[in-house]
Design a protein around this ligand. Sequence first.
Ligand code: ADP
Length: 788
Amino acid sequence: MGDQVELLINDERLRQVPEILPVLPIRDTVIYPYIIQPLCIGREKSRRALEAAMSRDRYLLLVAQRDTTNDDPMPEDLYTVGTVVECLQMLRLPDDTVRVTVEGLARMQVRKFIQLDPHLEADGVVLIDEEPEGKEIHALMRSALGLFEHCLHLGNRIPIESLEHVRQVDEPGRLADLITSYVNPTLEEKQAILACFNPAERLEKLIALLHTEAEMLEIERRIHSKVKKGLESSQKEFYLRERMKAIQEELGERDERAAEFEELRQKIESAGMPEAIHTRALKDLDRLERMPLASPEVTVMRTYLDWLLSMPWSVRSEDLLNLDAAEDVLNVDHYGLPKVKERILEYLAVRRLNPKMRGPILCFVGPPGVGKTSIGRSIARALGREFVRISLGGIRDEGEIRGHRRTYVGALPGRIVQGMKTAGKRNPVFMMDEIDKIGQDFRGDPSAALLEVLDPEQNNAFSDHYLEVPLDLSEVMFITTANLLDPIPSALRDRMEVIEFPGYTEDEKMHIARLFLVPKQLKEHGLAAKNLTIAHETLLEIIRRYTREAGVRNLEREIATICRKVARQVAAGNRKSFTVKPQHLHAFLGVERFRYGLAEERDEVGMATGLGWTPTGGDILAVEVSLMPGKGQLQLTGQLGDVMQESAKTAVSYARARAAALGIPAERFAETDIHIHVPAGQIPKDGPSAGITLATALISAITKRPVRRTVAMTGEITLRGHVLPVGGIKEKMLGAHRAGVTTIILPEENRKDLEELPIHVREALIFHFVDRMPKVLEVALLPANSES
Ligand code: ADP
């Protein structure tokens, strides 16, 4: 309507309108008398009609097309009431269209189309509004004006100046025309108004139209105010979305998908994400909304958003920093382990004084079953935090830690992110088991990713390939566990504070079994204390003959087996109470699995007892040597590693070099083959610490002096017979004690390591500290021919 101008028409001009006029079909609009409006003409035939008009007296008949898409309308496609216009101004545009400004003069009823080509021509009659009288017409006019004004206030589609304009018109028919052109209804409605020759009727039609319009505007306004209510941010996008929602609601078509998106959106809003991630999540949600439902991308994106949302962006547990309570929790859950508990309480104390302190990363090192995992769980309980645990064993691919990029089919985040999801809090106790068993190959180095996780300087922005956005791990308390310290890459080891779990003595195991394992298993099997009593000696027998371990895992398993069998009997109603004595063990647990006591029953020639350090704790290790007539060859069996083989060769060389001093004829070695075997054959063994044991067994074999069976030893040997210190003393001593050894030969320099031994173990063993091989032989060997 902006381009419309209304003019007065003098009757003189109307009288000059000829009966035969060129016809211009128009689409989309209707032009009323008294209106001046520009039109663009592109169709060839229309241009010809215009040219015809211009070459005559500038009068043209405009008739609306019924079907606006028809490019070459025939008479039957046109309405039969049109408007006579005068062409005021014509302008040819460079793109071949013509712009013409026309002034509507009067309605015209087509009587007949008299020409089709080169342009349409019709014979018509001009219709002038009659002048109605009476009060009714005034009432209609007032009502139309009132409604128009109402519409004007409801929406802002109609320019406000139009009101002034409309008010000046006092002819009813013209008023109806003018208002219609401002309100701009559909083509049919406009045409209906044009085809209505009676002003009163025309006003009535208009009033109906205005009522509908007012209603529409009302709805729009409601939507608008709903939008406004929900409008907190002034973001345009947000505004539009709310608007769409309100429209959908109004139309009753908020489908499930929209509801799902809405839910996702709310989740994103309430997830407490950092600003950048929040923006990104919304953007991704936007992309998701625009994706066609069938696109395979939809699931990928949906899963991704779910992962993003499952991260604990802002949820954390409140730390319980009551030291006494924490100490209670630790003691209630575990027997012994004083060093570990002390370290944890120190940690809590520091946190209490300085809550911002970045905690150290603890690394629990020790054989299986010594309570590393379960104390981790207790720490979480003592701190009031969540506990999660992942295993790093066998991971070779960096992607396992850090996730795979989403471009890969079926990609997932890495274990850290998965762990954080399980935790559901920003600050869990996060245990990573078997950090000594991560591998490394062409798929990237997982330990590099771990370094980032464990580095307090970097882990506030840990990046997972799948998640793509940085995740803050700085509040997580990481604990790693390992069986051995050596295989842990040194860069990682440097980041951590190592706490060693040496393994338990028999005595400790008894306590743990009585106070923790038996009650726990009874409970798990639904048994009451009165149902089952396991006698003290019975537990001792289980420890000695059914398990051989540093921890208590198998012990717990054996106790569970007994409970299971008893539970079955109790459930069957056979008996109510059992007391398990040592003689019943065979029935419950089958044959004994280990021989308790010394490696050997007798003092033997060519057989010495060493002490090994395995991932499952310290243990005794028998070394056998056999001599056969031959050519001085050395044979080594029992899966000995390189270092151990070299150790054996060194022992042999030492013995040869010392032949004279040992009272052995020098040529003995040249005519003898030596076979050294270390059972159990299927377990690989390595390290230099069996050196003196190998030498002792060999010299015993050659000199025929038996080795005392109560003696066990460990120490590295040099070619010159010096005895060098070795590692793992504590574990080895516990192993020796378990096996019933009474006398220990240790390198002099390992003397200091005994301080860490539990008192009763230290007191139960006799130690000989040596620095040279002859001293070893002095303690270990009996005189020749004294085999018992
Ligand atoms: P690890 O993680 O070192 O292999 P676990 O934590 O799995 O060992 O311990 C094995 C079992 O032994 C658990 O049931 C644990 O509760 C129990 N356990 C180990 N040490 C103790 C202890 N000092 N006091 C009580 N129970 C213990």
